[in-house]
Design a protein around this ligand. Structure first.
Ligand code: ADP
Length: 231
């Protein structure tokens, strides 16, 4: 159907540890999905397998009908740059670059000239409430502003899927709520799907749907501890 990203029977172990024990997940176009679960349950491993950062030991990942888990590292790297966007807990902006160049970076890595990439990057500052912040360095931004720069950087390449790992984990509650709302709205506005790994029920509540991971397995129905988020 209109599934954008599909993981089938994803399994991954690290030595004796089964990080993923056969996970099936499908994310639809424009959908925001939260992945919750206790520390060590396999959330990050699942995100990394879906995003082509890590190869699963077995199982398949399909993006828009194309199988991507078997691609070589070089191809997966190109895919991550062009079809996926990433937002991490601490933004991971490059401290020596002004905000506009941090946003422009994925375009420049894809071969767009610096001038052109920065011009495109600037278009994101207004809609994300960052007017006037274009030439500030990350150290001159608040935590919430830095995360909005990271959101712009994740969206600038017009990705099919944005992956976020605890995107509000370093923010206070109010800033986190505003940032999460903006992340969901901006991602949907740009036609991308969103997959968010989080411990925070408030973050999950901003998404359309929550899946829960426990010991490398997805919980279903009555097993879930956040049934109120099940929609
Ligand atoms: P979560 O994101 O839910 O905290 P992870 O996916 O990071 O969980 O980890 C799942 C399990 O796999 C944990 O037991 C963790 O210790 C183990 N694990 C994850 N990455 C590695 C690694 N690179 N080497 C060894 N063990 C790992």
């Amino acid at each position: 159907m209109n599934d954008v990203l599909v993981g089938r029977a994803l399994a991954k172990r690290f030595g004796q540890t089964i990080a993923l024990g056969g996970v099936d997940i499908a994310v639809r176009a424009g959908e925001a999905v939260a992945i919750m679960g206790p520390s060590g349950s396999g959330k990050s491993t699942l995100l990394h397998c879906l995003a082509g950062i890590m190869k699963p030991d077995s199982g398949e990942v399909h993006l828009l009908g194309q199988r991507i888990d078997g691609l070589r590292e070089r191809e997966r790297s190109a895919l991550r740059r062009t079809r996926f966007g990433f937002v991490f807990q601490f933004g991971q902006l490059l401290p020596e670059l002004p905000a506009e160049e941090n946003v422009a970076l994925p375009l420049m890595l894809g071969g767009v000239t610096r001038v052109q990439a920065v011009r495109q990057a600037r278009d994101w500052f207004g809609p994300l409430g960052l007017q006037g912040m274009e030439t500030r360095r990350p150290g001159e931004l608040s935590g919430g502003q830095a995360q909005r720069v990271a959101i712009a950087r994740a969206l600038v390449s017009k990705p099919a899927v944005v992956f976020a790992d605890e995107p509000t984990g370093a923010l206070d509650q109010n800033t986190g709520r505003d940032t999460m709302r903006l992340l969901v709205e901006a991602t949907k506005h740009n036609g991308a799907s969103l997959i968010v790994v989080t411990h925070d029920p408030n973050v999950a509540a901003a998404c359309d749907r929550t899946v829960e991971v426990r010991d490398g397995q997805l919980l279903t129905g009555a097993q879930m501890t956040f049934p109120e988020a099940r929609r």
